[in-house]
Design a protein. Structure first.
Length: 263
């Protein structure tokens, strides 16, 4: 059934892309939003740094979702049916939160990332301290709400900070790095639980998002400084940029400043 749904979805997407390609016309080269001059974009080092933030976020997210049922059963003596609520609650809150944050203005992206990382850290810390199942589920929900905000917000930061021509490459670079954290998260819990127990492992998961919160201002500030250096003499038109990263239009463009038009 899943394969049938996936195949049907793929066919629909391919047909939609084909229709969109047939309607595509050549871009207007005089448009300030389509034409850029100079080295527009974020450096590879900054992209790698943002990807590393995403990897920390994904590691914490998948670690908690993958181990939550085992944690509830082993540490809180929940039955098999009740322990299954752990991954279900976590995944449900992540889905709802991601739909909700898609409507948030990304102009304060750094604040959103810091708030999400702090919330995820608090949730994992409460899970370490929780004495019973209801509070454990509440802690998982809190951690899920925090981690759900992180990677989507980082992707929106990058999409607004690079030119359209380089947006796909920048996004794919961050995603590839971030998904290494998604794969490593559950494996990170295993040896940590062997050494410190499952409760200690939850505290180690909290450390991941705490480190992310500490690194976020440094990484996004580096991106902002890079953008200012690259486009210090260029002028363009753009929407307001997220805090911590300068939008492409404020750095580069094909529009001359007022009063400097050539005649």
């Amino acid at each position: 059934m899943v394969l049938l749904i996936a195949a049907t979805t793929c066919v629909m997407v391919l047909r939609a892309l084909g229709r969109a390609r047939s309607r595509t016309t050549s871009p207007d080269t005089t448009s300030p939003t389509m034409t850029f001059r100079g080295p527009v974009g974020i450096s590879l080092a900054v992209l790698a740094g943002i990807g590393a933030l995403g990897a920390l976020a994904f590691a914490a997210e998948n670690a908690q979702q993958s181990w939550s049922a085992v944690y509830l059963e082993d540490e809180l003596a929940a039955s098999a049916s009740l322990s299954a609520l752990g991954p279900a609650v976590f995944a449900g809150v992540v889905a709802v939160t991601r739909f909700a944050v898609s409507r948030i203005d990304p102009c304060h992206a750094r604040t959103h990332v810091l708030a999400g990382a702090a919330t995820a850290t608090l949730g994992a810390g409460l899970l370490f301290l929780t004495p019973n199942l209801p509070t454990a589920l509440a802690a998982l929900a809190l951690a899920a709400a925090g981690t759900a905000v992180l990677l989507p917000t980082l992707l929106r930061v990058v999409s607004r900070a690079v030119s359209e021509a380089r947006r796909a490459r920048a996004t794919s670079t961050i995603t590839v790095i971030a998904y290494t954290g998604f794969l490593a998260g559950p494996a990170y819990v295993g040896p940590t639980a062997d050494a410190f127990g499952l409760r200690g492992a939850m505290l180690a998961v909290a450390a991941l998002t705490a480190v992310m919160a500490a690194l976020t201002p440094l990484v996004l500030r580096a991106g902002s400084q890079r953008r200012r250096t690259v486009g210090a003499t260029d002028v363009g038109v753009s929407a307001p940029a997220p805090d911590g990263v300068v939008s492409p239009g404020t750095q580069t463009g094909s529009v001359d400043p007022p009063g400097n038009h050539r005649h």
